[in-house]
Write a protein that binds this ligand. Structure first.
Ligand code: C5P
Length: 290
């Protein structure tokens, strides 16, 4: 069985406060992209993981492995599965690649093992694996709150062209949140305004309200973020923003050909570059081959 695992960006990300459990209370709107990993699942006696296309651990620390293990323990299923991850989404990038893989494993193994679990049950399990997993299970465009476990679907936006640009370094989400806690005057983007713009399908309103409370933390330490933002704007991106806890920066373009043309210029500067678009069809959520 093949399952697609989609990357996400955050159109807006506001941090409302710190919770008693140490996590941060979020108000964020996430958007699924066409860029995806492919997860291949086959029945096996035990859980085995193989990773292709990225230097990632294939052991129990991997979120895909943890998802399979948790699902097996919760369901009491007696056998296992061989999981092959073919990675296309960059890692430690703020694009939820690991969470997308975990969500794909939960959805896929629920089918392969014929467990019959509902989406709510899978979302609760997903939240145990990581804060972005509940959104990755649902996909599309959604308002995400709490530490990530409250996911409300929003109307789809048009398939806007996106250029993702990742500097050579990666960032740990936990570390970025800890740096955020040290800022004296945190920035709060216009979350409510963004919610309204998305609900009205107002694309220029969305572009005008792109904002990420974590961006200033990363900007202050890594000048490449500013450099990428300036280049994207200079080459015609309508809006530019760092995604999630970074360091990937995305630019929204009027059309794919302009995004692809800009990609060439950024590649010359040794940044990782991916031209993609908003994924609006739920068709991709289905398994590819049963
Ligand atoms: O949930 P996940 O394991 O992906 O989170 C990684 C780290 O990011 C957490 O250990 C926590 O430090 C931070 N985090 C947070 N608030 C959130 C999500 C993540 O503080 N809402």
């Amino acid at each position: 069985m093949l399952v697609r695992a989609y990357a996400k960006i955050n159109l807006v990300l506001d941090v409302l406060g710190t919770r008693a459990d140490g996590y941060h209370e979020l108000f964020t709107i996430m958007q699924t992209l066409d860029l995806h990993d492919v997860v291949e699942l086959t029945e096996a006696r035990d859980i085995e993981l193989v990773v292709e296309g990225a230097n990632l651990t294939a052991g129990p620390e991997n979120l895909a492995y943890r998802a399979a293990d948790l699902l097996r323990r919760q369901s009491g299923y007696s056998k296992g599965a061989k999981i092959k991850l073919v990675k296309h989404i960059p890692i430690e990038a703020g694009l939820a690649g690991g969470s997308a893989d975990a969500a794909a494993v939960l959805r896929g193994l629920n089918e392969l093992w014929k467990l019959g679990m509902g989406v709510n049950e899978l979302e609760s399990l997903g939240a145990v694996i990581g804060s972005d997993v509940p959104f990755c299970l649902k996909g599309g465009t959604a308002l995400v709150q709490g530490r990530g476990e409250k996911v409300d679907s929003l109307p789809s936006l048009p398939p806007l062209a996106v250029l993702l640009v990742k500097p050579s370094f990666g960032l740990s989400t936990g570390q970025v949140y800890r740096m955020y806690d040290d800022i004296k005057k945190p920035f709060h983007p216009d979350g409510q305004g963004m919610l309204q713009a998305v609900c009205c399908g107002d694309v220029s309103g969305v572009v005008a309200r792109l904002g990420n409370a974590l961006e200033q933390v990363v900007l202050a330490r890594h000048s490449e973020i500013r450099e990428i933002k300036e280049i994207l704007a200079a080459f015609g991106a309508n809006g530019v923003l760092m995604s999630g806890s970074g360091p990937t920066v995305f630019g929204l373009f009027d059309n794919e050909s302009l995004a692809v043309k800009t990609a060439g210029r950024l590649q010359k500067r040794n940044f990782g570059v991916w031209a993609t678009k908003f994924c609006t069809s739920k068709a991709g959520w289905q398994t590819l081959r049963g």
